[in-house]
Design a protein. Structure first.
Length: 121
């Protein structure tokens, strides 16, 4: 089992991850600086986004490669401050569910590693 897999399972697998992502998106949608990105996104797509987002960064069983990540966010005009806001909301959601500091650090460094792809640079 890779370190990523154990992190995914330590988070509580799908069920607990879905609680964290609900909290994450509540924060995202309550933030006027980033909420508009999700305005025209349907709920099913949003749900997929939130679950894949966290599962991918926690090393869960999710199909992900850098190319797709780039394509998924192309042409949206996402800037570094938007990325930073999203990362902050994820970190706050993880804290809300008492995820240990070391795991939060590991997740946030995975998130940081995706920044160039998400910003398409
Ligand atoms: C590490 C950071 C991020 C990850 C892991 C991530 C993950 C993903 C994934 C996997 C998809 C594809 C969903 C699908 O194909 O159904 C997606 C789409 C999307 N992402 Fe992200 N994302 C990140 C950052 C961001 C940021 C910073 C924004 C905007 C501020 C954003 C806004 C969106 C939007 C609007 C979509 C399109 C949803 C749709 O129409 O299907 N994402 N993201």
């Amino acid at each position: 089992m890779s370190a990523g897999e154990s992190l995914y399972h330590r988070l509580g697998g799908k069920e607990q991850i879905s609680n964290v992502v609900d909290e994450f998106y509540e924060r995202v949608l309550a933030d006027d600086t980033v909420a508009h990105f999700f305005e025209d996104v349907d709920m099913a797509a949003q749900r997929a986004h939130q679950t894949q987002f966290l599962s991918a960064v926690a090393g869960g069983p999710v199909e992900y490669d850098g190319e797709d990540m780039r394509e998924a966010h192309e042409g949206m005009g996402i800037e570094p401050q938007h990325f930073a806001a999203i990362a902050t909301h994820l970190e706050a959601a993880l804290r809300e569910f008492d995820v240990p500091d070391g795991d939060i650090e590991a997740i946030m460094s995975e998130v940081a590693a995706l920044e160039d792809d998400v910003l398409c640079r």
